[in-house]
Ligand binder design. Structure first.
Ligand code: RIB
Length: 326
C-alpha cells in the first residue's frame, strides 16, 4: 500500500508538505502542490481517512439517529439524507435509538469520538443540557426538540384535521382515533387536530381515543379493543400508517369490511400504504423533501454558511385511496 512517506520520497519533499497539500492547510508553493497532487494521482495514493480526520478534526461523515429503521417512514427519510450528503462526498452513520434517551446519548458520544461533522436526529426526549457538550452542528428532523436547534418537520395538526374532516365528508358519524405515543409531540398535535374537528361537529367522545405505539401490533390491539367495545364505530383515524395497517388487520379479524363498514385513514404516506388491501388513504408528508432539506441545511452549517430559515414546517396532503372509498 502506498503511504504518504512514499509520495514524499518520490517528489523529494517532506511528509509534512504532503500532509499540508492533502489537508489544504499551511503554505505550500504552487509548483510543489501541483507536483505532489500529480504524484498522488500517479501512485494511486488513498489517504487514510482516520488519520485525516484526526489531523483536521473533520471526517466527511455525519450521524443520522432515528428511533427505528424498521418503520418504513425512516428508510425513506434516510435515503434522502444519504442522497444529498453523498453528493457532497459525505458518508452517513445510521444509528437506531429505539427512542431511548440513553441510546441517543451513547450514539452522540460515539459519533463525537468519530469526529463526525454533524448530526441529524429524530428524537422526542433530548434537551439542550444533553446536547450542549457536542461541538458539531445538530438538526432535529421530523420531531422538533425543546431547544434552539434548527428543525425540519411537517404540519401534524393540520394533517390530522384534514384526515378527520375527510372521514366526516365520507359520512362517518362515529370517528375514533388511535393516537401515537403521548410523549411524542407530533402524536399530541395529531390528537389535538382530531379532537378539534370532532368537537366542532359535536362528535367528541373521549372513549373513542386510545393511545398506542407507532407500531402495527400495538395499534392492532388498540383497534381490537375499540371495535369490540364500540362496534358502531365507522371511521378510524390512526396516528400513522403502520398503525393504520394494524387497524385494517384488526378489522379484518373482527369481520368488518373496509371501507364499506369501516373507513380508515393513516398518516405519513409510506409506500406500503399502496401495497396493502385496501390501499390506504393517508395524510402524506413530503418525507423525501424533509430528509433532503435537513441534510442540505446540515451541510451548510458544517461549511460555516448561514442558514436563512432555522425552522421549516412542510405542508401535508391528503391522499384518498380505497380505504375510505364511499
Ligand atoms: O412512523 C413514524 C412516525 O414517527 C411518523 O409518523 C413520523 O412523523 C415520526 O415522528
Amino acid at each position: 500500500m502506498v503511504t504518504m512517506r512514499d509520495v514524499a520520497k518520490r517528489v523529494g519533499v517532506s511528509v509534512a508538505t504532503v500532509s499540508r497539500v492533502l489537508n489544504d492547510s499551511g503554505y505550500v508553493k504552487e509548483d510543489t502542490r501541483k507536483t505532489v497532487l500529480a504524484a498522488i494521482e500517479e501512485m494511486n495514493f488513498k489517504p487514510n481517512s482516520v488519520a485525516r480526520s484526526l489531523f483536521k478534526k473533520q471526517s466527511k461523515t455525519i450521524g443520522l439517529i432515528v428511533p427505528d429503521i424498521n418503520n418504513p417512514f425512516f428508510p425513506q427519510l434516510a435515503r434522502a439524507v444519504e442522497d444529498v450528503t453523498s453528493e457532497a462526498d459525505f458518508t452517513v452513520f445510521l444509528c437506531n435509538s429505539d427512542g431511548k434517551i440513553e441510546k441517543e446519548i451513547r450514539y452522540f458520544d460515539r459519533l463525537q469520538q468519530k469526529y463526525v461533522d454533524g448530526v441529524l436526529v429524530v428524537s422526542n426526549t433530548l434537551k439542550p443540557e444533553h446536547l450542549s457538550q457536542y461541538h458539531f452542528p445538530i438538526i432535529a428532523l421530523d420531531r422538533p426538540l425543546d431547544s434552539s436547534l434548527p428543525y425540519v418537520t411537517c404540519n401534524n395538526y393540520e394533517g390530522a384535521q384534514k384526515a378527520t374532516r375527510h372521514l366526516l365528508e365520507c359520512g362517518c358519524g362515529k370517528i375514533a382515533h388511535i393516537s401515537g405515543p403521548e410523549n411524542i409531540a407530533n402524536a399530541r398535535d395529531r390528537l389535538q387536530g382530531y379532537k378539534d374537528v370532532v368537537s366542532e361537529v359535536g362528535l367528541y367522545d373521549e372513549n373513542l381515543i386510545i393511545p398506542a405505539e407507532y407500531q402495527i401490533e400495538s395499534a392492532k390491539r388498540a383497534a381490537f379493543k375499540l371495535l369490540t367495545n364500540y362496534p358502531d364505530i365507522d371511521g378510524i383515524f390512526a396516528g400513522n400508517d403502520v398503525m393504520a395497517i394494524g387497524v385494517i388487520k384488526a378489522a379484518e379479524l373482527l369481520g368488518y369490511k373496509v371501507p364499506e363498514q369501516l373507513k380508515v385513514v393513516g398518516f405519513d404516506g409510506i409506500e406500503f400504504g399502496d401495497i396493502i388491501t385496501p390501499e390506504l388513504t393517508t395524510v402524506s408528508q413530503p418525507v423525501y423533501q424533509m430528509g433532503s432539506t435537513a441534510a442540505a441545511m446540515l451541510l451548510d452549517l458544517i461549511e460555516g454558511k448561514p442558514i436563512h430559515q432555522k425552522e421549516i414546517t412542510f405542508q401535508v396532503e391528503l391522499l384518498v385511496k380505497r380505504s375510505t372509498q364511499t
